[in-house]
Write a protein that binds this ligand. Structure first.
Ligand SMILES: C[S@@+](CC[C@H](N)C(=O)[O-])C[C@H]1O[C@@H](n2cnc3c(N)ncnc32)[C@H](O)[C@@H]1O
Length: 264
């Protein structure tokens, strides 16, 4: 029986329990290979690599398995980082996972590359926040270091509503979830609401119910370029999707490759 008022939770707290099941169709190994290829194309010798908003750590862990990098993974959600640490142990990997807000990086070391994937940057609600993010990351990159991140565009949101809205699924034998997804084109706001039910062994009786509301700001390529223009970064590339095609106004997901000046 569904209640009309499930307990509202912070983003990525309860969802952490079922995140990997909800994302089971995402090919994180392929995504890690894409980030690896970008790093090698644009940096002479990337060694120390920082993932921002790493979630449950899938990309960091695949990069670690390449045995070419020292990887640190960070995320604001302690529940997501807990899952990442569990996976790190199970996979016998060496990633250091830390709870950290990417708007307030508390790090004692610097990095050759920082990256963030899967539209985590769209959680930044306005241009000012994106600017804080860009400057914060620049402060932990070495001269010539790279910042790689993707974001989704209005065209993607319009398209994605069709398959994200009213999605229903089961996860980990004892969870059921429902996703509502809507896009406010005037304000470029994409909202996903998850209702998560913890089930009894009969997989029907609902023991507990939670909800999480996720709000993302959706940026056009030009809006993102205008923000980057206010920073010291040089734009090395903007890629459309998961290959090396140049992004344009028709792109759904854009990966930016920014480089810090060599002599800061
Ligand atoms: C769509 S998930 C992507 C997670 C992971 N990158 C992946 O590919 O599965 C977005 C992630 O961004 C994180 N996040 C949102 N705002 C953040 C912030 N200010 N600082 C750090 N992480 C943040 C969330 O906790 C969540 O794990």
């Amino acid at each position: 029986m569904k209640s009309n008022n499930p307990k509202q939770q912070p983003e990525y707290s309860k969802l952490a329990d079922i995140y990997d099941a909800v994302m089971e169709d995402v090919d994180y190994e392929f995504w890690a290979d894409f980030i690896d290829a970008i790093m090698l194309k644009h940096h002479p010798n990337p060694v120390d690599v920082l993932e921002l908003a790493c979630g449950t750590g899938s990309v960091s862990l695949f990069l670690d398995e390449l045995e070419c990098y020292n990887v640190m993974g960070t995320d604001k959600s302690s529940q997501m980082i807990q899952k990442a640490r569990q996976k790190n142990e199970e996979m016998l990997c060496n990633v250091q996972f830390e709870v950290m807000d990417f708007l307030d990086l508390q790090l004692n070391s610097t990095f050759d590359v920082a990256f963030s994937v899967f539209d985590s940057i769209n959680y930044l609600q306005n241009a000012e926040e994106v600017l804080v993010f860009l400057n914060e990351v620049e402060s932990v990159l070495r001269p010539g270091g790279l910042l790689i991140f993707d974001f989704t565009t209005p065209k993607n949101s319009i398209h994605a509503i069709e398959y994200l809205n009213n999605e229903e699924g089961y996860a980990n034998d004892n969870y059921r979830y429902f996703r509502k997804s809507s896009y406010d084109a005037d304000n470029q706001l994409h909202e996903n609401t998850f209702r998560i039910e913890k089930l009894a062994n009969d997989q029907e009786t609902v023991l507990q119910e939670f909800s999480e509301v996720h709000q993302q700001r959706i940026y056009t390529l030009q809006q993102m370029l205008d923000i980057i223009d206010q920073t010291a970064y040089n734009i090395r590339a903007k890629y459309s999707g998961f290959d090396f095609d140049k992004a344009d106004d028709h792109s759904l997901r854009i990966t930016m490759v920014l480089q810090c000046p060599s002599n800061q």
